[in-house]
Design a protein around this ligand. Structure first.
Ligand code: NDP
Length: 284
């Protein structure tokens, strides 16, 4: 039997639609949600990502405050900009598009963003809150994966979840969020010896590796929910995930396609976090 396709486009649209009412309410109270987007240099992929974030802000009525600064920017200048944005009441969320040019210390920059404005959820305080089960911004892609499971009534409680990938921005936070939802979680990485056997035990299988179609259909347990975070461009230009979709969908119960699965959720959750940051200013 073929899996039910998890439609990330639809779920992300629903989230964005529901934000519109919140944004209207905030504006009625005199608060216009504002997202500062910092882009350093000319990286083509980064420019594209920033462009689509700005477009989504515009469509929802979130003020996008662009800071496109030259490649030659120094660490001190970038830190000064972050400090300025941290102190600007019109800015509720700060996003620094990664990767930064090599001469800049990415970690120091990310650490400088106020936890109240860290809508990407990448800073050490936000990640600490995640581990401590304290309130705080959740990283957008992992949060989006959880929202997809929720939208399809897939409850991780009591399930065995396997996450392939242990990066700080994707694999680890997904594992933490699944743990928070009471799954029993196994995290795999490049040194895991029996990857196929481990994947075969997964009721929920999350792939965040960055290797085109590495996870084959016969690695998937019958009826499992497969969340494919990978974004890979093949030699023929085709965009594929980390999971071999055609074979995996014949065994999975649910599966996210690439594109149209996790991808659209990331921007939706960024918008969600920005609106939450703006709402928080009313609670002061
Ligand atoms: P990283 O390169 O930071 O991490 C990849 C992880 O995969 C590492 O933990 C690595 O293990 C593991 N890995 C690599 N090769 C293997 C292997 N052969 N077997 C098992 N594990 C392996 O990538 P990211 O986490 O940043 O991104 C992962 C994917 O998700 C990428 O395709 C990226 O484009 C995509 N992505 C998608 C987003 C979206 O919006 N949909 C957002 C962010 C990322 P080790 O730690 O041992 O090196």
């Amino acid at each position: 039997m073929s899996a039910q396709i998890i439609d990330g486009k639809k779920v992300s649209e629903d989230i964005k639609q529901s934000l519109k009412a919140d944004i209207a309410e905030l504006k009625a109270k005199g608060v216009e949600p504002g997202l500062a987007v910092v882009l350093v240099g000319e990286n083509a992929a980064s420019k594209k990502y920033v462009g689509s974030k700005e477009k989504t802000c515009e469509a929802l009525g979130i003020k996008s405050i662009g800071h496109k600064i030259p490649e030659s920017t120094t660490q001190a200048e970038l830190i000064e900009l972050i400090d300025k944005l941290n102190n600007d009441p019109a800015v509720h969320g700060i996003l620094v598009q990664l990767p930064l040019p090599k001469h800049l210390n990415e970690k120091e920059v990310m650490n400088r963003i106020s936890v109240k404005k860290d809508v990407d959820g990448f800073g050490p305080d936000s990640l600490g809150n995640l581990v401590l089960d304290e309130p705080g911004f959740l990283p957008c892609t992992p949060y989006g994966c959880i929202k997809l499971l929720e939208a399809y009534d897939i409850n991780p409680q009591g399930k065995h979840a396997v996450v392939v990938g242990r990066s700080v921005i994707v694999g680890k936070p997904i594992a933490m969020l699944l743990l928070r939802k009471h799954a029993t979680v196994t995290i795999c990485h490049s040194k895991t010896p029996d990857l196929k056997e481990t994947c075969l035990k997964a009721d929920i299988l999350c792939a965040a590796v960055g290797r085109a179609e590495m996870i084959k259909g016969d690695w998937v347990k019958e009826g499992a929910a497969v969340i494919d975070i990978g974004i890979n461009v093949k030699e023929d230009g085709k965009l594929v995930g980390d999971v071999e979709f055609a074979t995996a969908k014949e065994r999975a119960g649910y599966i996210t396609p690439v594109p149209g699965g996790v991808g659209p959720m990331t921007i939706a959750m960024l918008m969600y976090n920005t609106v939450e940051a703006a709402k928080a200013t009313l609670k002061k």
